[in-house]
Design a protein. Structure first.
Ligand SMILES: [Fe+2]
Length: 162
């Protein structure tokens, strides 16, 4: 993967890269159409395609493909921090906090456009949605490599009572 050589070099040897270091490493990558089409995957078990293209103890890099009108589950990334870049389309990034019952409550939402970055701090809970007719593609880097990530049921569905 020639396109990732500088990216890997930038992060190799850094045990706990900061979000800024992840961003700087992503900025070394030339995301050509060829690169994107080679690594893009269609949804399989998840509602979206996720292709992990590089993984070490310290780094996990993935290309996420959200087809039209799809979204991820509400989830966190455990104790990993993350940095992502939108390569195609745009994404609504919704951030949640967990209430006393450990249910996700929406805090904010932000539209992230093509060529814009967005970030995840440790244990941040979020969801990404593609509200458009066109696909959305993004590149994500996490450190350390994700382990112990969790998904959450939407609070509105989890508290249905009659
Ligand atoms: Fe995420």
């Amino acid at each position: 993967m020639k396109e990732l050589e500088d990216f890997m070099r930038a992060l190799n040897g850094i045990e706990n890269p900061t979000i800024q270091e992840l961003k700087s490493a992503i900025e070394t990558i030339d995301f050509t159409d060829d690169f994107i089409s080679t690594h893009l995957t269609e949804p399989n078990e998840l509602p979206y395609g996720r292709n992990i293209i590089w993984v070490t103890d310290h780094i996990q890099a993935a290309i996420i493909h959200l087809p039209a009108y799809t979204e991820t589950f509400i989830h966190d990334h455990g104790d990993s921090v993350g940095c992502a870049l939108v390569l195609e389309g745009n994404l609504m990034n919704t951030i949640y906090r967990l209430d006393d019952q450990h249910l996700p409550r929406e805090v904010s939402r932000c539209l992230v456009n093509r060529n814009d970055f967005f970030y995840a701090t440790k244990y941040q809970v979020h969801k990404m949605s593609n509200l458009n007719l066109e696909r959305a593609i993004s590149f994500h880097v996490y450190s350390p490599s994700i382990h112990g990530a969790r998904t959450y049921k939407p609070a509105s569905k989890a508290v249905l009572t009659t």
